[in-house]
Design a protein. Structure first.
Length: 664
């Protein structure tokens, strides 16, 4: 029946002000109003319909994406949306497209690595979409090892040009989004060679296609790399392959903020660190952390609503069966994911602040916080995307069989999300970057250099190496100081153990390679400490709204106690807690699940997702799941006729043959 809210009873149970929680989730009243307005604008516009997306063949799917992206641009212009509003609109259209790379990487690369003059020339064209750009770094043979890229940019002093060339098959650019079919330009990363010397990787703006007929320019070979995982999903994106055969570009198309090549071909290094060349990656990693909470909360919203609708077992005297959300095992799988979504939201907010701070410092030539910004963005990108990808898959399983249907929204969400574990830095490779940062920090402990920011705790290393938890009863685990010290002691002890083991090797690089698995675990412990600390710090702020802070305290408790339970081995092995204290933590965790249960539906309502954005029958706001699933099945192309194509060709002769055999 239309108009009935099947989750109304659940909503009545809420013990907090949901509208105020919506503002906390959005980050501010301004953000809430913006998201609310733009998400409804998109949801109510048939031009952005998602109907049948997973059933379209690739060519049609891609064409439809081009239509949508262009329509989005048209609406942005017509409605005179600000940059902030336009970004929100693209977000709620919810379809990976070339525009993600144009706005998300091409423009930031020019902003971060271009000189003022270069920005003045290229940015207006890009902002008006008179040129469309992508970020062409990865090659067929190398992605993680950026220094190993093979494309060359050789300076020709005769003509004042760079010659861009792909010397081998493995040097073909491979993967860049938006490259295959749409981009007219790319920021290409290539080895700069001048006066016969190789100066390593630098960025160059290269035109790939004619602005007249969109044909590849002479010397450029470009195309799509082929179908990717999942129906619909990331196949809306034209990830591309690109080869250069001695393509010439003017010298001033080298991005020259970090280093320059003079008219005479002299290479000049600015006084900014070379690592700024990696700046676009730092920026995007930070945005990926914020996005993790979007993807995870979306999956959790679907699984939570469906878990309240779905009933299995336990009916007595013809009464209703039990809602699956009331099974403790379901809660133990679902509620930590709900808590993680909130945790990632707050750490994402904090990381955005850190990034803004480091950007302002860089502009003032203060590079001191760059290593920490790199470690935080790399580590948190790795931690949050791994947990989110695993979490989406867990949500699918939490929805039983129906979760496997595309109409649940979960398979496509997973297929779109899972490459986040790989792109913008493979998650293991990024953890090893954090580990290097930690080992450097430990090695400098005696030097008088005081660790600051997220590694300030290392400054109390002597205490952290010997302290013991003073938890005596389950509720002691609710004390923030007890929790922070536990996570600090675990992270510090794992880092110090790695450093001690490393010191046994004559060659530190060999040691690092040998101990890489332990080092990655130490990096995870450090990153989890950051997330836990930032959640706890958030709770120390003034949070208005009846019951809102209490709910966040429950979520925070679930987040860290679940981690403590899952990584018990670390906490016990490093000797900070006893097995009795671990067991008390688990008792407290169960108690928190019971406190969360009546608020579960309202906590996912606080994400304020429209049904259009969720695109899930199981996650519908009104919980009207079964009639809609039934209806959707009949819309499948297979059900357009009673007799399937191919029946007369294949099945009928088979049946006839069986019939003949039976008669014999
Ligand atoms: C819009 C959203 C859609 C997203 C689409 C996805 C787009 C993409 O995927 S684009 C391609 C992304 N590619 C990657 O992320 C590649 C991952 N690899 C790397 O980042 C690097 O090669 C990396 C960091 C692994 C190794 O760097 P490399 O220079 O070879 O060696 P390394 O010795 O480890 O680092 C040198 C120094 O630079 C520092 N450093 C490394 N990266 C950075 C960085 N990003 N920022 C600041 N410093 C850095 C290191 O800490 C080290 O410092 P120190 O010398 O003080 O110890
Ligand atoms: C959907 C998608 C979109 C992308 N978009 C873009 C784009 O727009 N532009 C662009 O330039 N690139 C893009 N990429 C490429 C992406 O950035 C790379 O795939 C990524 O950086 C990982 O590099 P790789 O593929 O070389 O992995 P590899 O490094 O080959 O990884 C393979 C395995 O080796 C392991 N490994 C590698 N090095 C080490 C090490 N030192 N120690 C321990 N283990 C190691 C990894 O953990 C992994 O398990 C995209 C990729 C995908 C999947």
């Amino acid at each position: 029946m239309e108009g009935v809210d099947y989750l109304a009873d659940e909503r009545k149970k809420a013990e907090f002000d949901v509208n105020e929680m919506k503002i906390v989730w959005a980050g501010s009243r301004h953000n809430f109003e913006l998201s609310d307005r733009i998400s409804k604008l998109v949801a109510n516009d048939p031009g952005f319909s998602k109907e049948g997306r997973t059933m379209l063949p690739r060519k049609e799917l891609f064409k439809n994406t081009l239509r949508k992206a262009t329509y989005a641009w048209k609406r942005i212009i017509e409605l005179r949306l600000s940059e902030e509003e336009a970004a929100k609109l693209r977000h709620f259209v919810d379809e990976p497209a070339f525009t993600d790379l144009h706005w998300g990487m091409f423009i930031p690369a020019i902003k971060g690595q271009g000189t003022d003059e270069q920005q003045k020339k290229w940015l207006p064209l890009a902002y008006k979409m008179q040129i469309i750009g992508c970020y062409a770094q990865t090659e067929l043979g190398h992605g993680s090892n950026v220094q190993g890229l093979e494309t060359t940019a050789t300076f020709d002093p005769q003509t004042d040009e760079f010659v861009i060339h792909s010397p081998t098959l493995t040097s073909s650019k491979w993967w860049p989004g938006g490259l295959g079919k749409v981009s007219t330009h790319a920021v290409v990363y290539a080895r700069l060679i001048t006066n016969g010397k190789d100066y390593g990787i630098n960025g160059f703006i290269v035109q790939l296609r004619s602005l007249e007929d969109h044909k590849p320019l002479p010397g450029v070979t470009v195309g799509d790399i082929g179908l990717k995982f999942g129906n619909g999903a990331y196949n809306t994106m034209d990830n591309g392959v690109l080869r250069f055969d001695h393509v010439r570009i003017p010298r001033d198309q080298m991005l020259m903020r970090v280093s320059q090549v003079t008219r005479e071909g002299k290479y000049v290094q600015s006084d900014v660190p070379r690592q700024l060349l990696y700046g676009t990656m730092v920026y995007v990693r930070q945005t990926i952390v914020s996005d993790a909470s979007n993807a995870l909360s979306r999956a959790v919203c679907i699984a939570t609503r469906y878990s309240a609708v779905r009933r299995q077992f336990g009916s007595q005297n013809g009464g209703q069966e039990i809602q699956v959300i009331d099974y403790k095992t379901q809660q133990n799988r679902l509620f930590p994911l709900l808590a993680s979504a909130y945790a990632f939201r707050f750490v994402g907010e904090w990381l955005k602040w850190l990034y803004t701070d480091v950007t302002q410092r860089l502009q003032a030539n203060d590079f001191s916080t760059l290593p920490e910004a790199h470690a935080c963005t790399a580590g948190l990108k790795s931690l949050t995307t791994t947990a989110t990808a695993d979490g989406i898959e867990e949500c699918r399983k939490l929805c039983g069989g129906h979760g496997y249907l595309c109409s649940s929204g979960l398979p496509e969400l997973f297929a779109v999300y899972v490459p986040a574990c790989t792109y913008e830095g493979d998650n293991t490779v990024l953890l090893l970057q954090v580990a290097r940062f930690l080992m450097k920090t430990v090695s400098q402990l005696g030097s008088g250099k005081k660790p600051v920011g997220t590694i300030a705790y290392m400054g109390r290393i002597e205490h952290l190496m010997q302290c013991r938890s003073d938890v005596k009863q389950a509720k002691d685990w609710l004390k923030p100081s007890a929790v922070v010290e536990a996570f600090e002691a675990r992270a510090a002890r794992m880092s110090v153990a790695c450093a001690q083991n490393l010191s046994k090797f004559d060659n530190p690089e060999e040691g690092f390679a040998e101990l890489a698995a332990d080092l990655a675990e130490a990096a995870v412990a450090h990153c989890q400490l950051i997330v836990v600390s930032k959640f706890i710090e958030k709770l120390q702020q003034d949070i208005p709204g009846e019951g809102v802070k209490q709910q966040l305290e429950v979520l925070c408790g679930i987040y860290y106690l679940f981690l403590l339970h899952k990584h018990q081995g670390d906490f016990l092995g490093t000797g900070y807690i006893t097995s009795k204290q671990a067991s008390l933590a688990n008792d407290q965790l169960r108690a928190l699940y019971s406190q969360l249960r009546p608020n579960a539906i309202s906590l996912v309502d606080a994400f304020n997702y429209t049904d259009h954005f969720l695109d899930s029958i199981l996650g519908r706001y009104d919980g009207n799941v079964y009639p809609k699933l039934y209806e959707a099945a009949w819309k499948d192309p297979l059900n357009q006729s009673d007799i399937a194509d191919g029946f007369h060709e294949y099945i009928r002769p088979l049946l006839k043959q069986q019939l003949r055999t039976a008669r014999l």
